[in-house]
Design a protein around this ligand. Structure first.
Ligand code: CU
Length: 496
């Protein structure tokens, strides 16, 4: 009996591993597909650019990304950047096509397209071009007219910096934007908005300062948002994103909350701060009609990480639709410093149609009452933390995740595959010492935690709720770590 159960559990773990390696392979194609031609070798200096603007490049055949991706039938989108001086600054200058002669041009592509960037050295100093979030980079071009070409698949929607990584050059002006737009070129015009909160979107630590009055502006925005690639849903949000803004104060602060409900709203909304002491956590004073605004002020008496949410009946409907966020009340002096902080929240969505159905979806109130969600989500949508906003870090970084559950109903068994939490502030308490060496933390709906860990090696780490069936309903995130992928802690093969 016991053995049978163990076998079942093992089966699940193996399935999970298979899944994550499949996901890994899929998501790593852009990294593996990053190819470099031309180079910093003296020989390459004498070669002409692999391809100047616009022409059909020869590299696509040798590009593993192009041969394996579904977009392989499409020719890559080619940009040529020439290094140079403009207005006394070091810059990239567009060469040919729509970016011709533009200084640090914005490179606009669509999700899933293969992007090829040619770099030509225009004045002779050493340069390269790097896009961190795609782990994509050219070789360093040394000497005038030296060139390098690389390509990658634009598999993440958003705006990403490209820049020269030679020390000082980015600061001197060698920086521009790669803009990856959702949808492919042919079928644009979807009206759904990206409602996902970037997990890197949170205010910096407060640290040591005196208590003061902090104003918080919340707007209750109802909007049609992208639930999945081809699926939209009418979200109710704080400030247009899920979760709502990360509110950061210190113990002793006076928090003045302005809750504005726009004219266009259909519903009354409110806010209940779990970090506030008083009627309804503020909800009694903030029930707000469309077109009105309410103000409530509370003293942040207790440090900790706290959920806030809309508390207008039916409350689970408002929460499920996206109305939740985190409030961090820092203890005096702040939390121990880390290199990077992230903001992640988990929630459920209950649609009439099954998970994965394309088109505009509606709330199924029966399923909500029965606690039978179709979607489990990090930061509001399927792919929020894999396709749109994966977490990024470098080897050696210490990473902190503020993790909360909006719910409304399901406890999360939060886990990062391949890591152990060095510290876990269980149940969101920062006045008790954190636990050390924790694999998985249990976070209830309306609860939150803080975990941190140091990263020893590069690669991809996967954020999950270890109730892994939920992974098949959208609940997964990636932490991509740049840096060496091997160390003495784990390696393939026998002990050395
Ligand atoms: Cu509401």
């Amino acid at each position: 009996m016991k053995l049978h159960r163990a076998a079942m559990i093992l089966g699940f773990v193996v399935l999970g591993l298979i899944w994550s390696s499949v996901a890994n392979a899929e998501q790593h194609q852009h990294a593996l597909g990053t190819t470099e031609a031309g180079a910093n070798t003296p020989m390459a200096d004498e070669q002409p650019p692999a391809s100047t603007s616009g022409g059909s490049p020869a590299v696509s055949n040798s590009n593993p990304a192009a041969s394996t991706m579904q977009m392989s039938s499409h020719a890559p989108v080619v940009f040529t950047l020439r290094t140079g001086i403009a207005e006394g600054r070091m810059v990239f200058i567009g060469d040919g096509g729509e970016i011709d002669r533009k200084v640090n041009p914005t490179l606009m592509v669509h999700d899933g397209e293969t992007v090829q960037i040619n770099l030509i050295n225009g004045e002779g100093a050493q340069h390269d071009v790097v896009i961190d979030q795609y782990a994509a980079r050219s070789a360093i071009v040394t000497g005038k007219n030296a060139s390098s070409t690389f390509s990658f698949v634009a598999s993440k929607v958003g705006e990403f910096d490209y820049y020269c990584s030679v020390p000082g050059h980015r600061q001197a002006g060698m920086q521009g934007l790669l803009q990856v737009m959702p949808g492919n070129r042919a079928e644009m015009g979807a009206t759904a908005t990206d409602i996902t909160r970037d997990p890197a979107d949170l205010p910096p630590p407060i640290g040591a300062r005196q208590p003061r009055i902090v104003r918080v502006d919340l707007e209750t925005v109802e909007l049609k948002g992208q639930l999945d690639d081809k699926t939209s849903y009418t979200y109710w949000t704080f400030n247009g994103k899920v979760p709502g803004p990360f509110v950061r104060v210190r113990v002793g602060d006076t928090v003045e909350v302005h809750l504005k409900n726009p004219e266009e709203s259909l519903m009354i909304h409110s806010v209940d701060f779990h970090g506030a002491i008083g009627p309804g956590g503020g909800a009694e004073f903030t029930q707000t009609d469309p077109g009105s605004e309410a103000v409530v002020t509370f003293k942040a008496l207790e440090p900790g990480i706290f959920v806030y949410h809309c508390a207008t009946p039916s409350v689970p409907t408002h929460i499920s639709n996206g109305m939740y966020g985190l409030l961090l009340v820092e203890p005096e002096g702040g939390l121990p410093q880390v290199d990077r902080e992230f903001y992640v929240m988990q929630g459920e969505i209950y649609t009439v149609q099954p998970f994965g159905t394309p088109g505009d979806q509606e709330l199924d109130y029966e399923k909500l009452l029965d606690q039978r969600p179709e979607y489990f989500l990090f930061n509001g949508s399927v792919g929020a933390l894999t396709r749109t906003h994966p977490l990024y870090a470098n080897v050696g970084d210490s990473v902190r995740i503020f993790f909360g559950v909006g719910g409304p109903n399901f406890t999360s068994s939060f886990h990062v595959i391949g890591e152990i939490f060095d510290h876990a502030y269980v149940l969101g308490s920062v006045t008790s010492p954190p636990l050390t060496g924790v694999q998985t933390v249990s976070v209830p709906p309306g609860g939150a935690t803080i975990i941190d860990f140091k990263i020893h090696r590069g690669g991809r780490y996967t954020l999950v709720d270890h109730a892994l069936s939920r992974l098949e309903r959208g609940l997964v995130g990636f932490l991509d770590v740049d840096g060496p992928r091997d160390d003495a802690i784990m390696y393939k093969g026998p002990a050395k």
